[in-house]
Design a protein around this ligand. Structure first.
Ligand SMILES: C[S@@+](CC[C@H](N)C(=O)[O-])C[C@H]1O[C@@H](n2cnc3c(N)ncnc32)[C@H](O)[C@@H]1O
Length: 218
């Protein structure tokens, strides 16, 4: 492992805004159902950034809407360290990061504990539909922790993931709220859509069109 990655992975669990749950340990349970009472300093609606990478969305949204609490979730600790450190530097008291698998979300959060979620440039898994974060298996997990009718936002460069998600919204009878096939053609770009992540920057440099969907988890 390169030295810098090794150092970050060692530091990550010690950062005061980061929780690591890569293995399930009964002596060290996740604060399921207790995020607002035990983790955050102020009880506020909880918003997840799924597949957060370097966590730019949690930071950006926390600055736009400080009246909400944000949890960035990803399995990659090296990237997460960047966001967690930045959130600490900016004194963002309403941002936390959780290193773990999104597949295990119901082990980390209680029923109806989550109000909203952003899925930002998650992998389209061209050949493995079941691994897509908007696949029915994941929606079933989200329903275990999100309030009924909670809003999910998807921002992606992938036509495959965009079209697939629209099909799933239709198939599952969920309410499509917004469908924007080219986020950056609008001027000004909506502030929440103008937060640019590491992957988005790479896709924009390649001239890719960024798409956005929001829907109600029914
Ligand atoms: C393409 S990157 C995007 C990162 C970031 N959102 C961005 O826009 O820069 C996708 C991220 O999803 C994470 N990921 C994919 N499937 C996951 C899962 N089931 N549980 C946790 N993280 C996952 C990967 O570790 C990776 O960091």
């Amino acid at each position: 492992m390169p030295k810098i990655k090794e150092k970050r992975m060692e530091e990550l669990p010690k950062l005061k805004n980061t929780l690591v749950y890569t293995e399930f340990d009964k002596d060290h349970p996740a604060p399921k159902g207790k995020w607002n009472s035990e983790v955050f300093t102020k009880a506020q609606p909880i918003v997840l950034e799924l597949a957060c990478g370097k966590g730019e969305y949690s930071i950006g949204l926390a600055e736009i809407e400080p009246q909400k609490n944000y949890v960035g979730i990803d399995i990659k600790g090296n990237r997460m360290w960047v966001g967690a450190t930045e959130a600490l530097n900016r004194n963002l008291d309403n941002v936390r990061y959780l290193r773990g698998f999104i597949d295990h979300l119901d082990q980390f959060f209680g029923k109806d504990e989550v109000d909203e979620a952003w899925i930002v440039f998650s992998d389209p898994y061209i050949k493995k539909e079941r691994k897509r974060l908007t696949a029915p298996k994941f929606l079933t997990t989200y329903r275990k922790v999100m309030k009924p009718g909670a809003v999910i936002h998807l921002k992606t460069d992938s036509d495959v993931l965009y079209e697939y998600t629209k099909e799933i919204i239709d198939q599952e009878g969920m309410e499509l709220l917004e469908d924007e096939p080219n986020v950056h053609k609008n001027r000004p770009v909506h502030p929440k859509l103008s937060i640019i992540t590491y992957y988005e920057e790479m896709h924009l440099e390649k001239g890719k069109t960024i798409k956005y969907l929001s829907f109600r988890l029914g």
